[in-house]
Write a protein that binds this ligand. Structure first.
Ligand SMILES: CC(C)(COP(=O)(O)OP(=O)(O)OC[C@H]1O[C@@H](n2cnc3c(N)ncnc32)[C@H](O)[C@@H]1OP(=O)(O)O)[C@@H](O)C(=O)NCCC(=O)NCCS
Length: 388
């Protein structure tokens, strides 16, 4: 029985302790300096994504000692802006939309000595009850779990939470808000990869340079803010014919920023430190907002990767844009370019430029929907920017 335990927002000391624990899995093996990782001020290095109460660390701890540093396990949540789209009925193509609140869940961690006792599963089952309204669930809070966790001010209003599972698709599915209800369900998650040599050959010479401009970090906020405005304004086309509902996160307010601000320690491994973090169309493409922004993945025993974190590109421009990215990537020693969940409308064009697509084997996008019981919910713009 785990009813003597509950979920609590971590104290500052507990949050630091949780990072001290997970450093052994996510810090030390990648050469991350410990002081940066511990973030003793508890501001997530001052990143905007964590500001204004967006970021919360959580612990599963005894009800009678909630502030103990000997807590059972921990995780983090990040509040984000969500746009929800809904069809009027199953035959309709018209969508109405609403701005809502959603959450990303990250850093689920149990110390090795505490593993296999059901702690992480119980923490994740309880987490739903602080992220969403009780009316989102098929039954009241289970009596066998004791009293429901207290919902801190500002929480409890989410329509969706997402996480990216590194422990397969079953563990989080089994963490439902009550017995018999599913937890986070794996969403489609396809990785598209261009190897550098193939991309350069298939896309032809970089003869369209005047239509494109590489951009440094200082330009990214402007691109991300403009992109978020466009996402709010536009009406998407849903890819799944069954989908009645769809949602997207907005990249602004620091969400897309994390992937180019928090990796400086990592870039020391590159012989040429990257100066360019995106590309945008210029006046050569009047009225267009085509762009890509990226981060770098430099993992042990893995090809050096330029990972596109958000892409807005019309079909006719994809191969040109890639050729430009590939020329730059090659200069700095990158071996491949990747993107998560390329839109359906760009897949053929990507194939012509030598891309290969395959289901993700790690970081599996997983969704828990709290906004009613539609038959199918489509996760739009499920690109790397939304992963944290
Ligand atoms: C994954 C983790 C959080 C589980 O914590 P825990 O408190 O031991 O979890 P529970 O006791 O509630 O549940 C254990 C279940 O998780 C499963 N599990 C644990 N690690 C797993 C893995 N790497 N892949 C698949 N399943 C895994 C166990 O098989 C067990 O399933 P069972 O009950 O059907 O036998 C813990 O192993 C951990 O901290 N690992 C390192 C960090 C990590 O990978 N976090 C998840 C990131 S998405």
């Amino acid at each position: 029985m785990l009813d003597h335990l509950s979920l609590f927002p971590a104290t500052k000391e507990q949050a630091v302790e949780s990072r001290l624990r997970s450093y052994e899995s996510w810090g030390r093996p990648y050469g991350v300096p410990i002081e940066g990782y511990l973030d003793r001020k508890n501001t997530m290095a001052g990143l905007e994504m964590a500001a204004e109460g967006r970021w919360t660390s959580w612990v599963l701890a005894p009800r009678d000692d909630p502030e103990t540093l000997d807590f059972m396990c921990s995780c983090e949540t990040l509040r984000r802006e969500v746009i929800v789209y809904q069809k009027d009925n199953s035959d309709s193509t018209d969508l109405w939309k609403e701005e809502k609140i959603g959450y990303g869940v990250a850093s689920v961690y149990t110390l090795p000595k505490n593993r296999g006792k059901g702690y992480a599963r119980h923490m994740m089952r309880l987490l739903h009850w602080v992220l969403a309204s009780p009316s989102a669930f098929p039954s009241p809070f289970p009596e066998a779990w004791g009293k429901a966790p207290a919902v801190p001010e500002g929480l409890g209003q989410g329509v969706v939470s997402v996480l990216y599972s590194d422990v397969g698709s079953q563990f989080y599915k089994a963490c439902g808000p009550c017995p018999g209800a599913d937890g986070w369900m794996a969403a489609p998650h396809i990785i598209t990869t261009w190897s550098m040599e193939t991309t350069l050959q298939e896309s032809g010479p970089a003869s369209t340079q005047d239509k494109w401009r590489l951009v440094g970090k200082d330009k990214l906020k402007e691109i991300i803010d403009g992109d978020s405005e466009l996402i709010v304004e536009e009406a998407p086309t849903l890819e799944s014919p069954d989908a009645q509902t769809a949602f997207t996160f907005l990249p602004r307010k620091g969400l897309a920023e994390y992937l180019y601000r928090k990796i400086d320690w990592y870039l020391d491994q590159m012989t040429v430190p990257p100066q360019q973090w995106g590309i945008e169309s210029t006046a050569g493409y009047p009225g267009r907002n085509d762009f890509a922004i990226w981060t770098f993945e430099l993992l042990p025993n893995s090809p050096k990767t330029l990972l596109i974190t958000r892409l807005r590109c019309q079909k006719d421009a994809l191969s040109e844009m890639l050729a430009q990215i590939a020329v730059y990537a090659k200069q700095i020693g990158i071996e491949r370019i990747q993107i998560w969940n390329l839109p359906e409308g760009l897949k053929d064009e990507a194939g012509k430029t030598g891309a290969e697509s395959a289901p993700a084997e790690e970081h599996l996008a997983s969704v828990k929907w709290y906004g009613g019981e539609p038959s199918s919910v489509e996760y739009l713009h499920n690109e790397k920017f939304a992963w944290c």
